[in-house]
Design a protein around this ligand. Structure first.
Ligand code: COA
Ligand code: MG
Length: 335
């Protein structure tokens, strides 16, 4: 290591030290730190990257996969590496990189490029066909982290788990396969689903019925993703709304996502971010109800079950109320 690079590495170690470890633990436990909006930006577009960094997205995903044409990949890797180096001292948005699929022969070089000296907060892994593909990626990340003197496990993973038919079928196995592999499991910040590549793989002509509801195949992918993510103790992140000019459609998808238990959503356009961030904040009515549930239990400390407005509430309701109040604690969005 050249002397010139030592201070940068010391700073990096400090950033990835005990504080970051504690933050990672809290992030899993607390919805207050959940990443709500994840904005994709092509790895080779400096202009869009500047705009994405100035947005209120919780995480920006610098893409090296489908939005980058093959001849541009080398330039995109260089650009993403430079960006990560130059904005290391940032806090928010987090900077993630979508690398190429584990089954491609491009992933290793993608990771080398983005870990050159300024590692990302996490890697988004596309076209994952089963949990067995994750341990080799985790080992590779551990090697790169060790090279930079980083805390092992500091680099988190967001898995796009439904882009192949095998991926959808394997989701039920994630908890049993990855449960005992603590090191791999703790890297997983979230699971997300996508319908575009799955459609192509299946030769499906549409993902939705005429009325707008997802067809059964895509509902299955979405639901399996949600269940596997929560079973792993990770965030369930809803997939992209590709009709980025259709505000009503985005809101509809967000209402369904939050209702079902997703805690964030992928975005492809900066104008989607404010709507996404707002959607994952509890409404005033939800907060008020949560406060009353907590107060009802506080007023009856020995009770396992109480009644409120003529309805039974027990421990699951209390936990849900506490989660809503915790997610209301986050800092206000930047404008
Ligand atoms: N991040 C940051 N800035 C973005 C952006 C993004 N994802 N998408 C668009 N912008 C910027 C544009 O550069 C433009 O700014 P400018 O006029 O100052 O250059 C502004 O927002 C308005 O863009 P708009 O004209 O509405 O969209 P577009 O037609 O230029 O681009 C897409 C549409 C879909 C090509 C573009 O939004 C995009 O590249 N999205 C990300 C795609 C991606 O990464 N896909 C992979 C995951 S599915
Ligand atoms: Mg894709």
């Amino acid at each position: 290591m050249s002397p010139a690079r030592r201070p940068a590495r010391r700073a990096l170690r400090a950033r990835r030290g005990a504080g970051a470890r504690a933050a990672a633990r809290v992030e899993r436990a607390s919805p207050a730190l959940a990443l709500r909006s994840w904005l994709f930006v092509p790895g080779d577009s400096e202009r869009k990257q500047e705009k994405a960094l100035a947005s209120a997205a919780d995480a920006v995903i610098l893409d090296l996969e489908d939005s980058v044409a093959a001849p541009q990949l080398a330039a995109a890797r260089r650009r993403v590496g430079e960006l990560l180096r130059s904005v290391r001292a940032r806090g928010r948005p987090q900077l993630w990189v979508r690398a190429n699929a584990p089954s491609s022969d491009l992933l290793r070089e993608d990771l080398e490029a983005v870990f050159a000296d300024g590692p990302p907060d996490g890697i988004v892994l596309p076209k994952v066909s089963g949990p067995g593909e994750l341990p080799p990626v985790a080992r590779r990340l551990a090697t790169l982290e060790a090279r930079l003197g980083m805390e092992p496990g500091a680099t988190r993973l967001l898995i796009i788990a439904t882009e192949t038919p095998a991926g959808v079928l394997s989701l039920a196995q994630y908890p049993t396969v990855l449960g005992p592999m603590t090191g791999v499991r703790q890297r997983i910040a979230g699971l997300t689903w996508g319908g575009e590549d799955l459609s192509t793989a299946l030769g499906a002509l549409a993902q939705r019925e005429a009325g707008g509801a997802l067809t059964f195949t895509f509902q299955l992918a979405r639901t399996q993703c949600l269940l596997a993510a929560v079973a792993l103790g990770a965030q369930a992140i809803d997939g992209v709304c590709t009709d980025f000019r259709d505000a009503a459609r985005l809101q509809h998808e967000l209402d369904a996502a939050r209702r079902d238990g997703f805690s964030g959503k992928l975005a492809i356009h900066p104008e989607q971010i404010a709507t996404i961030n707002a959607a994952f904040a509890p409404t005033e009515a939800e907060r008020e109800h949560a406060r009353r549930v907590v107060a009802a239990f506080a007023g009856a400390p020995a009770a396992g079950v109480v009644s409120l407005d003529g309805r039974m509430i027990d421990r699951p309701h209390l936990l849900q109320a506490q989660r809503i109040l915790a997610s209301a604690q986050r800092e206000p969005d930047r404008s």
